[in-house]
Design a protein around this ligand. Structure first.
Ligand code: SF4
Length: 540
């Protein structure tokens, strides 16, 4: 059964009237005949609703800062916050110096009741001393959690004093979990800190080689960035810094020398991409290395940006060779996947990025959405001036960035910029809406009730999601693919990653597991009871 306005209305009718009105604004039935379809996003989740979102701390420490390998990331707060953000995204890293990979450690002040009552600043200062003594890291970050904000610990003052004492980069991030409406707020806070305190701290004035680029918003989940870099390096690109998968403080310090910034996950990193352009004159290009067509297009756009005939020719050669390698490998998987459908409800960019890859193996996306996106992720970047800031978004500081007096160097002339903007997504990204098929559903901040109802109605063959909603479809006898951390697999990016993805999705369909799962409601009634005879008049 397809979802039309009537079916949608019936599903939403289970909500109280006010909740229904709110949720309706977060759901669209794609209709390409309309000029623009507006959706509500990046607003508070209604209390009581089972959302899949995370907190600002998760976005700051868990997503953006956490993967930087040669820094020790201290979580100032209760141990649960630290445990929850401890490598759960499977960001892989290889140290450049022996022993300088601290990602496997979970470092926390482990606040107890007495710290909440008497304050945790002294404990944090002692922890920094201990970290310096034990690990001798290149740099340290401190991330605040909810209780720290509530009791008013001044983590900036502690970081300042520790910087003076140890002569190290020790930076603090006020990313208390309750800030903003989702992890998206934490991404912004981390972007601000990286720009203010880390990028530009290196002393390089010139790029170390031709075609020096940074990869922004690539988190090396399951080794994604290694697969992308394999091809980029062969083409002659020098990847100066990756923000932040397999990222290193030493590389990010000199990220200001790049000639181009690539933006993969625009939702989590577009802030710093914009600020780097303002501060150093480095343009950014939206890329997508998930999916074969998207990877080819991104490589072609990069070559066009540099405008070097030899690079353009080599790009075509490498694409042809990679396609010849992977196409025969994909064939058996395509036979298994052909004609199937999926839901693609992931994060802030992946819900869009993965649709192309699914299509390439024969799977159509019938519902897609994001957990923590903003309207521009659905409707396109041109909608940003129309988004009215609210109390929650105003809570996240916007940095006032001006050109760096010494290092600002425009990489393109104004004419060349305009010429390129007509051909490639320079400083731009399209939203998800435009690529969705008519009649498909777009759902923002989809909750567990809606997940179950839309699965019952649309009956997808697979569900792609994050960890919190992954088991809802499992209990319904449906395979699911975790696209936040790839369920112990990957890489899924680039050419070879596409083959891994096709293999894993095919395995999900081919496994006999689902024959052994009988959802409880198929064999047992959901409610049991007895009907009592109505009592006779006069009986007690
Ligand atoms: S919401 Fe607050 S308490 Fe919960 S994990 Fe995030 S920072 Fe920690």
């Amino acid at each position: 059964m397809a979802v039309d306005e009537k079916v949608l209305e019936e599903i939403l009718n289970s909500y109280p009237a006010k909740v229904k009105r709110t949720r309706k604004k977060h759901i669209l039935l794609r209709d390409s005949s309309l000029d623009r379809q507006e959706i509500e996003a990046n607003t508070r989740t209604i209390p009581g609703i089972m959302t899949n979102r995370g907190c600002a701390f998760a976005g700051c420490k868990g997503v953006v800062l956490g993967p930087i390998k040669d820094m020790v990331h201290i979580v100032h707060g209760p141990i649960g916050c630290a445990y929850y953000s401890w490598l759960t995204r499977r960001n892989k890293a290889i140290p450049e110096e022996p022993g300088k990979n601290y990602l496997t450690y979970c470092v926390s002040t482990d606040m107890q009741e007495s710290d909440i009552v008497f304050g945790g600043e002294k404990k944090l200062a002692r922890m920094i001393d201990e970290v310096v003594e034990i690990f001798k890291p290149n740099a340290i970050t401190i991330s605040a959690t909810c209780p720290v904000g509530l009791i008013g610990d001044d983590i900036q003052a502690v970081a300042r004093a520790a910087r003076q004492k140890h002569g190290l980069s020790i930076t603090a991030y006020n990313c208390e979990g309750y800030k903003g409406v989702s992890q998206s707020a934490g991404h912004h806070i981390a972007n601000n800190g990286l720009l203010e305190w880390i990028v530009g701290q290196g002393d390089w004035e010139e790029p170390p080689g031709k075609y020096t680029i940074n990869m922004l918003g690539e988190y090396n989940i399951g080794g994604d960035s290694w697969e992308v870099e394999r091809v980029l390096k062969e083409l002659g690109y020098h990847v100066q810094a990756t923000l932040t998968g397999n990222g290193s403080y030493e590389d990010i310090k000199n990220a200001h020398v790049a000639e181009l910034n690539l933006v993969q996950c625009h939702r989590s990193i577009n802030y710093i991409a914009d600020m780097l352009e303002k501060k150093y004159g480095t343009p950014w290009l939206k890329v997508n290395f998930i999916g074969i067509r998207a990877t080819c297009e991104s490589l072609r756009n990069m070559a066009l940006y540099f405008g070097d005939e030899d690079l353009i020719r080599r790009t075509e050669e490498v694409i042809a060779r990679e396609l010849a390698e992977i196409e025969p490998q994909l064939e058996p998987y395509r036979k298994i996947c052909a004609g199937k459908t999926t839901f693609c409800f992931v994060g802030g960019s992946r819900g869009h990025h993965y649709q192309g890859l699914y299509e390439e193996i024969g799977i159509q996306t019938t519902l897609a959405g994001y957990e923590f996106a903003h309207r521009d992720d659905y409707e396109g970047r041109e909608v940003i001036p129309d988004i009215k800031p609210d109390a929650d978004s105003k809570n996240i500081p916007e940095l006032h960035v001006v050109p760096d007096e010494r290092r600002y160097r425009p990489k393109l002339s104004r004419e060349r910029t305009e010429e390129l903007k007509d051909k490639i997504p320079l400083s731009n990204y399209q939203g998800m809406n435009i690529t969705m098929k008519d009649g498909s559903l777009i759902v923002d901040d989809m909750n567990h009730y809606e997940t179950e109802e839309f699965i019952r109605t649309l009956k997808p063959d697979i569900f792609s999601s994050g960890i919190k909603d992954k088991y809802v479809p499992h209990k319904m006898g449906l395979p699911s693919k975790q696209l936040h951390n790839y369920d112990y697999s990957g890489p899924y990016a680039g050419f070879r990653g596409a083959v891994n993805f096709a293999r894993d999705i095919s395995m999900s369909f081919a496994t006999p597991t689902w024959n052994f799962i009988d959802p409880p409601w198929k064999s047992r009634p959901l409610l049991e009871g007895t009907i009592e005879k109505p009592s006779q008049e006069g009986e007690a």
